[in-house]
Ligand binder design. Structure first.
Ligand SMILES: C[S@@+](CC[C@H](N)C(=O)[O-])C[C@H]1O[C@@H](n2cnc3c(N)ncnc32)[C@H](O)[C@@H]1O
Length: 269
């Protein structure tokens, strides 16, 4: 079977991520970026790359350690937002527009590579994985935080996929959240790899508020709602709220949603 048309799929996905305003969702990713930086422990002077950085979540965390940080994302509006955030904080970070599947950096450029719910979305997964390894220095660290097939992430993906089927032949981003997938993707070129399941809590005013935030700002949800028939929109919103309710641990009417995810630390050979 021939490969999917990764160029067209990438173009469509880029439009999706440019829809809404991911910066409003990114607040939920800060705890994962903090935990990832604590585990990887980048420190002063090290060159750090945040792949698919969005509005700069992990890059901003790493720069606080006085690392030399670069952030890459293919959505120019998110890169602009990342630059604005860094400027407002007085942080110096080199943000650039680019594709995780074809990164504009020489081989062996970075001591540390981070990606929080980012590189996992590239449709040509093998190519994106090779790029992570290529731009990392020998002995350098690749730290990932990403969705797993179970729990909130798995159910959230499934609710969207029921309405808007993923492009034919393209592997699910959830593959990066399995030991088997990670071994296939990063096993060659790394000398060790360890993964740990963790729980990140997402805080909202209520489960309805959570769905409202995603249907207003999260590109994939906004796009799904635009794509489906008006009569199906209510069903998707109901499904999404059911997922939020299923993982809500708050008992006071607000929402504290448990998101189980995988944190992976790999060392380049
Ligand atoms: C769920 S958001 C996470 C953003 C950021 N890492 C964070 O934690 O806040 C996914 C990001 O991946 C970016 N992205 C997806 N595929 C990409 C690709 N092939 N190259 C570059 N960026 C990509 C999107 O533009 C989006 O900003």
């Amino acid at each position: 079977m021939s490969d999917p048309d990764y160029v067209s799929v990438t173009e469509r996905q880029k439009e999706t991520w440019a829809t809404g305003d991911f910066n409003e969702i990114a607040r939920q990713n800060v705890v994962m970026a903090e935990a990832l930086c604590e585990a990887v422990d980048p420190h002063a002077g090290q060159r750090v790359l945040d792949v698919a950085c969005g509005s700069g979540t992990a890059a901003l965390v790493a720069e606080r350690r006085y690392c030399e940080v670069t952030g890459l994302d293919y959505v120019p509006e998110l890169i602009e937002r990342a630059e604005t955030r860094a400027r407002a904080n007085g942080q110096s970070i080199d943000f650039c527009v680019g594709d995780a599947q074809d990164m504009p950096f020489p081989d062996d450029s970075f001591d540390v590579i981070l990606s929080v719910y980012g590189v996992q979305f590239a449709p040509d997964q093998a190519r994106a994985a090779r790029e992570l390894i290529r731009v990392c220095k020998p002995g350098g660290t690749i730290g990932l935080a990403g969705p797993i097939p179970e729990g909130w992430s798995g159910d959230w993906f499934a609710a969207h996929a029921r309405c808007v089927p993923p492009p034919p032949g393209v592997r699910s981003p959830l593959r990066w959240g399995t030991d088997e997938g990670l071994t296939e993707l990063l096993g060659t070129g790394t000398r060790s790899m360890e993964s740990e399941r963790r729980t990140a809590l997402q805080y909202y005013r209520s489960t309805a508020h959570a769905v409202d935030v995603f249907s207003t700002y999260f590109g994939p949800t906004v796009r799904a709602l635009e794509t489906i028939e008006p009569s199906d929109q209510e069903n998707l919103l109901d499904d999404l709220e059911a997922v939020m309710r299923r993982y809500n641990r708050a008992t006071d009417g607000t929402a504290i949603v448990e998101n189980d995810y995988l944190q992976t630390i790999a060392i380049k050979a």
